[in-house]
Design a protein around this ligand. Sequence first.
Ligand SMILES: Nc1ncnc2c1ncn2[C@@H]1O[C@H](COP(=O)(O)OP(=O)(O)OP(=O)(O)O)[C@@H](O)[C@H]1O
Length: 603
Amino acid sequence: MGTDGDGPGGGRPGPGAKASLGERASWRLLFDQVRPHRRVLLLGGVLSLVGSLTGLAMPVMAKRVIDTFGEGGALAGPVLGLSVAVLAGALISAAGRFLLERMGETIVLDSRRSLVDRILRLTVPDVDRLKPGDLLSRVGSDTTLLRAVCTDALASLVGSAFTFLGAAVMMAIMDGPLLVVTLAVVALVGLLGVVIAPRIRRASLQAQVALGEMGSVLDRALQAFRTVKAGGAEARETAAVSAAAVEARDRGVAAAAWTSLAGIGAWMSIQLAFLAVLGVGGARVAAGEMEISALIAFLMYLFYLVSPIGQIVQSLTQIQNGLAAVTRIQEIATLPTEPATEPATEPAAAPGTRAGGEPVGVTFSGVVFRYGADRPVVHHGVTFEAPAGGMTALVGPSGAGKSTVFGLIERFYEPQEGSITVGGRDIRDWPLGDLRAMLGYVEQDAPVLSGTLRENLVFGAPGATGEEIAHALARTRLDDLVERLPEGLETQVGHRGVLLSGGERQRVAIARALLRRPGLLLLDEATSQLDAVNEMRLREVVAEVARETTVLVIAHRLSTVTGADRIVVMEAGRVRAFGTHDELVAADELYRELAATQFLVPS
Ligand SMILES: Nc1ncnc2c1ncn2[C@@H]1O[C@H](COP(=O)(O)OP(=O)(O)OP(=O)(O)O)[C@@H](O)[C@H]1O
C-alpha cells in the first residue's frame, strides 16, 4: 500500500495515547509552523522594534523637557518632539502588530487546511480507532489556541523582547551599576518561569485532551440521538459530557493557577526592581553622584524594562498552551495517510464523460485477515471467485466475515496473508485511486449525507450529466419519489438522510454508486429494514444492475439472492459452500437451514 508509513491495521501508538512530545520537539513544531512566514515575522518584528525605539526616546526627551524647564528655556521644541515621538511610535507599533496578527491568522488557516486534508486521507483502521468528536476538536479548538499563540503571544513576545532589550541597552548607557541591580531582581522571574512553564503546558494539554473527549461524547450522543431519547438517556449522556467538561475546567483552572503564580512573580519582581532602583539611586542622588533628572529618566526606562516582563510572562504561558495544541495537531500529522485517491487514468477523471466501467471480476485466494494484532482472526483463508458480469451473493450467519470481504476489496484494510484480484490484477498493483474508481460501494447502513438529493447522487461523480442522473434514478425506481418531492432533486434530505425512508436511503446510495459507472458493485444489503414492497423493488433493481455490471451482494435475506448466478456461503471466516440456490439447497446443510428459517424451502 502506498502509505507513507505503516500499512493500515498495524498497531501503532496513536493520538489516543497521551502526548509524549518533549518540550524541545514541541517548540520545533511551533517554529515549523512559523518558518514559512519568517519574512513577515521579521518585518513585523522590525516595525515593533522601531515603534519601541521611538518609545525609548521618550525618557531622554522627557529629561530634556525637565532640564529645559529647570533652565527656564523655550519648551515648545522639546514638547513638540515628545508628541511626535509618541504618535510615530504608536503608529509604527500598530502596523507591526497588524502584520504579526495577520501572519497568525494565516498560520491558523494553513494548519486547519493541512489538518483537514490529513484527516480525510487517514487510513480506515486509524479512523476506526480515533473518535470523530476528538478529531473535530483538534480542527476547531486546538487550531484556535494556535491562533492565540501566533497572533497575540508571538507578536507580544517579539515586541516586548525588543522593548526589554532596548531599555536595557539605554539603561546600561545611562547607569551600568543601577542596571545590574535591576537585572538581578528581574532574573528571579526568569527562574520562576523555568519551573512553572512546563506545568502550564502539561495542564493545558490535559485540558485540550478533556475538551476532545467532551467533543467525542457529545458526538456519540448526537449520532445516536433517537436512541438516546428512546432510551431515556438524556440525563446520563449530559452527565458524561459534563464530566468531560468538568475535567477540562479543572485542568484549565490548574493552568490558570500556575499562570497566576507566574504573574505574581513578575509583579513582585517589578515592585522589587523599582524599590531597589529608588533606594540605590536615591542614595546616589543624595550623595550628589547622580542628577535627579537622570534618576527620573532611569526610572522611566525601568518602566520600559519591566512592563514587557508581565507581557513576556503572559506570552510565554500562552505559548505553553499553544505548544500543547501543536502537540495534538502533530499527533494527527504523524499518522500514515493513504496516497491521493483521485484516479490517475483519464476516463475516470471526468466521470460525466467516461465510457463507463467494463464489468470486472474479483477473486479471493487464501485470504487470512484480522482487524488488529490483538483481535481475533476474521478470515481464516477465504477463497472464492466472482467472475465478471452477473450477480454473486455472499450469505452466512451474522459475524461470518461478509462485510469484511468488502473492506478488503476496497483496501480499507490489508490482509495478512493471501491475495485478492480485481479485473485479473492483484489489488496491491492497482493505483488506489484507479481501484476505487472501478468499484461502487454501498455500505450496510447506506449513509446518506446531509445536503440535497442531487448532492448525494453526484457525490462520487461530480461531472454526472442530467441524463445520467435521470437514468440512475429510473434504474433505482427513485424517479417517482423525485417527482413527488416539491423541490425535486434540490430537496434537503436532512442529517444522514433522515427525511428519507430506509428503502429510499438505500436506493439513493445505489444510485450514487451507479453514477460512478462501476465495473464491480459492492452492495451490503440491509433488507431487514425494508418492507415487502421496497424489498421487491430493491431485488428488481439489483437484478437489473447485474445485467450491466458485476454485482457482489451481501444478502441478509436469502429471498434477495435466490436468483443470483452464484452464491458463496460463509461461516466463521471460511467459505463453506458455493453454487446456485437450488444446488446449495440440495448440498449444503447450513444454507438449507438458512433457507428454511426464511420460508424459502419447507423445513
Ligand atoms: N472495524 C472493525 N474492527 C474490529 N473488528 C471488526 C470490525 N468490523 C468487523 N469486525 C469483527 O469482524 C467480524 C466479522 O464482521 P463482519 O462485519 O465482516 O461480519 P458479517 O458477516 O458482515 O456480519 P453481519 O451479517 O452481521 O453484517 C465480527 O466478529 C466483527 O466483530
